[in-house]
Design a protein around this ligand. Structure first.
Ligand code: FES
Length: 75
């Protein structure tokens, strides 16, 4: 099942990135771009990660995608 339709990223792929150490939607985005286009999948990714709103609460609440410059900040 696709989590991110913009980049064709599946739930399995997100879980694998999470197992490899990605623990925020931003880190998932850094690994596979999921969440960097329309942003509508960020909430689903967050749910898969089993996290609360922090630290990407603003992004999710405003429905904005994770931007490339934010990925640079996280690196
Ligand atoms: S569905 Fe993931 S960025 Fe659009």
């Amino acid at each position: 099942m696709y989590v991110c339709n913009c980049f064709g990223v599946t739930e399995t792929q997100v879980r694998k990135h999470a197992a490899d150490g990605a623990c925020t939607p931003r880190q998932i985005a850094s690994a596979c771009k999921a969440g960097t286009d329309c942003g509508s999948c960020v909430r689903r990714i967050q749910a898969l990660l089993g996290r609360g709103a922090y630290p990407t609460r603003g992004l999710v609440d405003e429905g904005r995608p994770v931007r490339a410059e934010q990925l640079d900040e996280a690196a």
